[in-house]
Ligand binder design. Structure first.
Ligand code: PLP
Length: 865
């Protein structure tokens, strides 16, 4: 018989051990090895058996053992120390507490979170990043409140069929068996959020709180009795189901998420967020909910929009147009219109927020969550410099008339949370010479003082640990594929703890090119079996359940790794998750990544490897494009311009094999009289000292706080003062300027002072006549744009200087003048542009309005000598 429901009965801890409950229910243990040591002491065998999951440990440990521990003075002392340490971690002032004007709180929204393997609520990089964001925020004292969904079946676990085909299993998670607590109102009833749906239905949810160090993470869960069956299943799986299901999830995350935050702040007295950050577009409805809140407090839609934009940060994560989240517009119309409309928020305005700028005339209208995200957030960023570039190109259509460089999308490069990803041995060794890997302290050059012997010994230990764990996982996988123990003797010898070890682990969308290494299978085999300088490869990755193509790629890899001649040198380990990820980034000598450039927005697994003393071998994409310096690893040459994909793969794979053979393996096996490879270790040390301070999530958090959160809070405060007086004024100003803009023209431009032979260092005076229509000079900024010009007279990355207004004539025209320095040689050009100007704008492109001369450039291409 199957039980119709399951739940977990929690252990009642003896009073002496109450602190153990506190330690278990704060996920800080997941990056604090000393706390894990304490859990291990509770019952070492059980700890092993439950896979280092402390909630499971408390559920499984015998009452006798707990009674024994309650009398064990030594254990109680350790427990008291650990509890003290946690309390101090939770309350001591940190970096953030030294900042003036920083926001009182920040709401951070993400559809997935990778906090710990024991809380499987992530599928890949986006979730892992969100987890690292919260953890680094906790370490730095940043008052973030995380918001997400609790998926009752999480993301799938992966195994293989005998034929190497991916099999998916969805574990049934019981919140009672996870480190979560239910948010309750003061009267003890569970807090609830409700979202009305069309046709009189409603979506109810309860709110679980995961404590991630200092950061509470609110997870909404629709599996409650008030819901009909369909509504109950809304939070069943991460990225499962069709469009309808996804819309329900995103409504719950965005709208329900804001309501959950309000409930949390009401119950706990936590300050309300001043800034809302949406990690990718899935949570974008949060902006609508905040507009609704404000319109119910007597702001108009436009006024509320300004107030919301000022305090919203949107991070885009995909450079792949197909990766953008879209809904049929009529689905959105149905949710937010008709009987279900919000009285103060017109559905047409909502639809306009998500309309694509070059959407089809009369074709099927789509509602684009990224586009809405950009219209609802005054500050937008990509996740590496290259991705910032690509995003400016992708979304340029939202700011017509503006040059690529003016598109107001910046970038903050991702980072990784060292205490989560760096092996304990490495942390301890680093602790000898480095103040702390968590803080971006000075002193990374201290790495050079570490001894080669120490580093090599640790690298060897981590490689061996990976090899041993890989054998165990391989054996389990072969059993699951139907092999008998007798056939599996070879696994005792699979992989070699002394052989140069490559790692390749990631999700399996086609752009990541899992099978590039198989392009020339004979060549790969030669590298694996080289008698002097062999390499071995450990591979892992999950394909999305609906992605048949991805599953075929996995099967190809598995079939190759099954071959008797190479199976001791190349293995595919099923079920890539945080635990396997940690083993791999710690144990591999080389971390390999070969995406189709520029489709990897950032990539973070290579950063984790680098912090453990691994070297990167990667296409120059995402973060590696930015920070590869010629000495901290290797760049696989890309064949970017080659249109034929097959040919491109062939070229890049060929370059990869050459690099491995001629440089990577050569260096690793060059022992020149020592037992350790000196030239290799030089690269390791250079990698740690050059990348160490950059790849940390702490650096990323500081960037977010300083460059985005604090300015956003500043704008939001400014706009909210005096019952939102400035928001009203700014909205009215935008409306007036937008209406009057057709009357703005650059009528005439002339320049003097250049002479026949313009020379570097000279300058010219530029005069422009500007028709302002109904606007005044205060409403606009008139600027000379100048610099190098390309073959079609287009200005390349121009500089701007403001021109000064003379007195306006009665005809609404004004003369503007300014001096342009001739500050570079070669083809030089200039023109004049007019853009709106207001102190509350965050970029000249904010309104998407610009006026330039009818003829593209005023005077083009004088050549300077
Ligand atoms: C770090 C990590 C990722 C993201 O890695 P990328 O390099 O961005 O692909 C995905 N899954 C797991 C389990 C990870 O640890």
């Amino acid at each position: 018989m199957r039980a119709i429901r399951r739940f977990t009965v929690r252990t009642v801890l003896p009073a002496e051990l109450a602190a153990l409950g506190e330690l278990v229910h704060n996920l800080r243990w997941s990056w604090h090895p000393e706390t894990m040591d304490l859990f291990a002491e509770v019952d070492p065998d059980t700890w092993q058996r439950v896979g280092h999951d402390p909630v499971a440990l408390l559920g499984a440990v015998e009452a006798d053992r707990l009674a024994e521990l309650a009398r064990d003075r030594r254990f109680l002392r350790k427990l008291a120390d650990a509890a003290d340490d946690l309390r101090e971690y939770m309350t001591a002032p940190r970096w953030y507490q030294t900042l003036p004007d920083a926001p009182a709180a920040i709401g951070y929204f993400s559809p997935e979170y990778g906090i710990a393997a024991a809380l499987p609520q992530y599928s890949g990089g986006l979730g892992i990043l969100a987890g690292d964001h919260l953890k680094a925020a906790s370490d730095l004292g940043v008052p973030i409140l995380g918001v997400g969904l609790l998926y009752r079946h999480g993301y799938f676990t992966q195994s293989l069929s005998a034929e190497g085909w991916q099999q998916e299993h969805y574990p049934s998670l019981d919140p009672g068996g996870l480190p979560l607590s239910l948010l309750k109102e003061e009267d003890g009833t569970p807090a609830r959020v409700v979202i009305p749906l069309p046709e009189g239905r409603a979506l109810h949810a309860q709110i679980w709180v995961a404590q991630v160090g200092r950061v509470p993470l609110l997870l909404l869960d629709s599996d409650v009795a008030e819901n009909d069956n369909a509504a109950r299943d809304v939070t069943d799986r991460l990225y499962g189901g069709g469009t309808d299901h996804r819309l329900m999830q995103e409504l719950l995350l965005g709208i329900g998420g804001v309501r959950a935050l309000r409930a949390y702040c009401r119950v706990t007295g936590h300050p309300a967020p001043e800034v809302f950050h949406t990690n990718e577009g899935h949570a974008g409805f949060l902006g609508l909910e905040r507009i609704r809140e404000l319109t119910e407090h007597r702001l108009s839609f436009d006024e509320a929009l300004e107030a919301v934009r000022a305090g919203t940060v949107f991070t885009t994560h995909t450079p792949v147009p197909a990766g953008i989240d879209r809904f049929p517009a009529d689905m959105i119309g149905k949710q937010f219109g008709g009987d279900n409309a919000w009285p103060t928020v017109p559905v047409e305005r909502i639809l306009a927020l998500g309309a694509e700028p070059d959407g089809p005339e009369g074709g099927e209208q789509v509602f684009n969550m990224a586009v809405m995200g950009m219209r609802l957030a005054q500050r937008v960023n990509g996740v590496s410099e290259l991705h910032g570039d690509v995003s400016r190109g992708m979304f340029q259509g939202l700011w017509p008339g503006f040059d690529l460089d003016d598109v107001p999308i910046g970038s903050i490069t991702n980072g990784v949370h060292a205490p989560t990803w760096v092996a304990r041995e490495v942390m301890e060794l680093a602790g000898k010479e480095l103040p702390s890997l968590v803080e971006i302290a000075q002193g990374w050059e201290g790495v050079q003082k570490l001894s080669d012997e120490d580093i090599w010994a640790i690298r060897g230990r981590l490689r061996r640990r990976l090899v041993e764990a890989a054998r165990e996982r391989l054996r389990a996988s072969w059993r699951a594929r139907g092999a008998s123990t007798a056939e599996l003797g070879w696994i005792d010898e699979a992989l070699d703890p002394d052989v140069l070890t490559f790692g390749f682990a990631r999700r399996v969308p086609s752009y990541k090119r899992l099978t590039l290494m198989l392009k020339d299978a004979d060549r790969l085999k030669q590298l694996l079996l080289d008698p002097e300088k062999p390499v071995q490869i450990v591979i892992a990755g999950k394909a999305h359940p609906a992605d048949e193509g991805g599953k075929r790629l996995i099967q190809q890899i598995v079939k190759f790794a099954d071959r008797e001649d190479v199976r001791h040198r190349i293995v595919f380990l099923p079920d890539y998750d945080m635990a396997l990820g940690q083993l791999m980034v710690q144990g591999c000598d080389v971390w390999m990544n070969n995406p189709l450039r520029p489709l990897e927005a950032c990539g973070t697994s290579g950063m984790k490897a680098a912090l453990n003393g691994g070297l990167n071998l990667s296409i120059r994409d995402g973060w590696w494009d930015e920070w590869f310096d010629g000495l901290n690893g290797w760049a696989i040459p890309t064949a970017d311009g080659v249109e034929d994909h097959d040919r491109r793969d062939e070229l890049e794979a060929g370059a990869l094999y050459d690099l491995i053979e001629r440089e990577v393996a050569d260096r690793f096996y060059d022992r020149a009289g020592d037992s350790h490879p000196r030239r290799w270790l030089d690269m390791v040390k250079h990698t740690l000292s050059s990348l160490g301070p950059k790849v940390l999530a702490g650096r990323m958090l500081r960037d977010y706080v300083v460059d985005l959160y604090t300015p956003a809070a500043g704008s939001a405060r400014e706009l909210s003062k005096g019952e939102h007086a400035k928001a009203r004024e700014f909205a009215a100003w935008k409306l007036r300027v937008t209406r009057a803009w057709p009357g703005v023209r650059v009528e005439h431009i002339e320049a003097s002072g250049i002479g026949d032979t313009p020379e570097l260092g000279a300058s010219m005076e530029v005069r422009a006549t500007i028709a302002l229509g109904d606007l005044s000079p205060d409403d606009v900024s008139v600027e000379a744009a100048y610099g190098k010009v390309g073959v079609h007279d287009q200005l390349l990355a121009p500089s701007y200087i403001p021109l000064t207004a003379g007195p306006a004539g009665d005809d609404g025209k004004a003369a503007y003048t300014g001096v342009v320095p001739l500050d570079r040689t070669g083809a030089f050009g200039y023109t004049v542009r007019v853009v709106p100007s207001h102190p509350l704008m965050s970029s000249p492109a904010e309104l998407g309005l610009i006026a330039v001369p009818e003829e593209p450039a005023g005077m083009t291409s004088g050549t300077l000598r």
